[in-house]
Every structure is written in C-alpha cells, then in structure tokens.
Write a protein of this length. Structure first.
Length: 115
C-alpha cells in the first residue's frame, strides 16, 4: 500500500494550496480518508474526513469554511483544497485511510504560511 502526497509548499497569508494524496495497493473506494496535520511541538490533529463514497464530509472547526476535502475514486486520490490560509495552518499535513485492519499514512507534505 502506498499513499503518495504532493502539493505542499510556501504560501503567503490569505493564499491557497491544494494537497493531493494518490493511493495504491488497496481498494480505494472501500476506504474513508482523512487529512491530519502536525505543527512543530504539537500533537497530530485531525483536519477533515470523507467517507468512502464521498457522501459524508466533516471538518475540524479550524478548517470549516476555508478547507474542502474531496476524492476521485476513479483516480484513487483524495484532495484538500485550502483557502484563506493563516500562519497557524503551518504544519506537516498527512493523508490517512479509514477502514480495514491497518491504518495507512501518507509520507507527509509541508505547508508553510508566511509573509
């Protein structure tokens, strides 16, 4: 199983980034997916989640109204569109599977919001 992330980087406050997570080695459409993040010196926190069919979506309060999680089961990929970024969004972002006996994580992608 591989979860390969892309799309992080440096952005100014108020800017946007789109993270991608390409999944292989499992039946992607059977798994819910989430995005987590971990800032330096802090615990990893959940950001957003989407059900296997995309019908159910939830966000942490910090992400509501600014971030959008989506998935494309034909491409075996999950995305996180992040708008109106703040310096407090600076963190390493991870995608994660839900369902099945084993949890799989992406390798992480750094998002830095700074002027």
């Amino acid at each position: 199983v591989q979860l390969v992330q892309s799309g992080g980087g440096l952005v100014q406050p108020g800017g946007s980034l789109r993270l991608s997570c390409a999944v292989s080695g499992l039946t992607f459409r059977s798994y819910g997916m989430s995005w987590y993040r971990q800032a330096p010196g802090k615990e990893r926190e959940w950001v957003a989640g989407i059900s296997s069919d995309g019908a159910s979506i939830n966000y942490a309060d910090s992400a509501k109204g600014r971030f959008t999680i989506s998935r494309d089961n034909a491409k075996n990929a999950v995305y996180l569109q992040m708008n109106s970024l703040k310096p407090t969004d600076t963190a390493m972002y991870y995608c994660r599977t839900h369902g099945g006996a084993i949890v799989h994580w992406g390798q992480g992608t750094q998002v830095t919001v700074s002027s």
